[in-house]
Design a protein around this ligand. Structure first.
Ligand SMILES: C=CC1=C(C)c2cc3[nH]c(cc4nc(cc5[nH]c(cc1n2)c(C)c5CCC(=O)O)C(CCC(=O)O)=C4C)c(C)c3C=C
Ligand SMILES: [Fe+2]
Ligand SMILES: [Fe+2]
Length: 359
């Protein structure tokens, strides 16, 4: 009698079947950060970042002249000083929090998934992350840019880069792109949970929700109808006409967070930080709001930065230190930053939900 089980086993059919089990790749993409806080690494980072045509959306030659002239000559040494303040033994917080999130998500998702990290600029690159995913069992890739709100300069740029890199693959797996997740209940719950800890410890007279800014021109470019964005009170509600608008998404994030935290409308202000260059950016600017609050004799402010999921230069230094100094210079007394989601368990749960929803 022929023992079929034994022959199957000898022919290696069973292990092969196991190896070829289909699995899902999860690519988390963060903005990127310099490899070190040295001027030359910061220059390299800024050059790659700002030469992205979705970030500085000028034609190539003016962009090249601007980036290689003013920005990398004058900005790099200034930024390097700030990065030196931010740097820790583990390096840049944006990078090590992202690495921790990858590990935690991998543990939570378990077998059948492979989670990798790519940085849109510098390292680890999206290219290397995709190479790590590539193997014969890869059925689909879920791409999650780690930005709660959609902007062409962030999530849009990540999507474009992934499509460019994958276009030459022999087998293109199914691709699922997440554009934003500000409306995921766990995003609001996680930020609110962190904020509440501060609100229980102390009382605040006013709450600031400061988002990364964008040139107004880029907001208008995203308005296909040309009849919605930056016209009247365009961000007062979140509807089909402004669903993908970054500014409208920031206002919607704030409304949801304020509701979760029980903050009345007259006690909070939405504003936009980090303006670069001479163009008009989305308003109000955080620095004007900070000065105005101090002038209105408001002494105690709690500041949220819900455009970021990990602490970085923009939160720790800009909101946590620079706006605090500005507030105090103008008569304010207590300015407190609410830290970012970093490795909060609800943040890992949210990412797990995003992945599982695509299955
Ligand atoms: C919310 C996400 C972000 C948007 C939108 C965004 C747009 C944007 N940024 C610049 C220029 C700079 N940003 C810089 C730092 C930086 N930006 C984001 C996120 C968004 N940017 C993060 C998370 C960080 C911090 C990175 C870190 O390493 O901690 C910098 C570098 C620092 C500096 O020199 O100030 C620049 C420059 C533009 C022009 C832009 C939209 C057009
Ligand atoms: Fe930025
Ligand atoms: Fe808009």
């Amino acid at each position: 009698m022929v023992d079929t089980t034994a022959s199957v086993s000898k022919n290696n059919t069973l292990p092969q079947l196991k190896n070829s089990q289909l699995h899902t790749g999860v690519l988390l993409v963060q903005l990127g950060t310099p490899d070190s806080p040295s001027v030359s690494d910061v220059r390299k980072y800024l050059r790659e970042f700002l030469m992205d045509g979705r970030v500085i959306d000028y034609p190539y030659i003016p962009r090249f002249l601007l980036v290689n002239g003013i920005i990398t000559t004058f900005r790099a040494p200034k930024s390097a000083k700030v990065y030196q303040k931010l740097w820790t033994k583990r390096g840049s917080p944006l990078k090590y929090y992202s690495e921790d999130v990858v590990q935690l998500l991998q543990q939570q998702l378990g077998d059948g998934y492979k989670v990798v990290l790519g940085m849109r600029y510098q390292n680890p690159s999206i290219k290397s992350a995709l190479e790590n995913l590539k193997d014969s069992g890869l059925e689909k890739i879920i791409v999650i840019p780690l930005f709660p709100q959609y902007a062409s300069a962030t999530s849009g740029s990540v999507h474009q880069k992934v499509m460019e890199l994958i276009q030459d693959w022999q087998i293109i797996p199914s691709l699922h792109f997440i554009s934003y997740f500000l409306d995921h209940p766990k995003f609001i719950e996680a930020f609110a949970e962190i904020g509440k800890r501060y609100m229980q410890e102390d009382t605040y007279e006013h709450y600031v929700f400061s988002y990364h800014g964008l040139p107004e021109r880029q907001i208008r470019k995203g308005d296909a109808s040309g009849t919605t964005c930056l016209i009247g009170d365009c961000c007062a509600t979140w509807h089909a006409g402004n669903k993908q608008c970054y500014r409208a998404q920031c206002f919607e994030t704030t409304r949801r967070l304020a509701t979760a935290l029980g903050i009345p409308q007259d006690k909070y202000t939405v504003c936009f930080q980090s303006r670069l260059g001479k163009e008009v950016w989305v308003q109000p600017y955080t620095e004007d709001v900070v000065k105005d609050l101090a002038k209105r004799n408001i002494k105690k402010v709690l500041a949220f930065s819900p455009a970021f999921v990990a602490d970085c230069l923009e939160t720790t230094i800009e909101v946590g230190e620079e706006y605090k100094e500005l507030f105090e210079e103008h008569g304010g007394e207590h300015w407190q930053l609410v830290e970012s989601l970093n490795t909060h368990p609800l943040w890992i749960d949210l990412l797990t939900d995003l992945v599982k929803k695509q299955n």
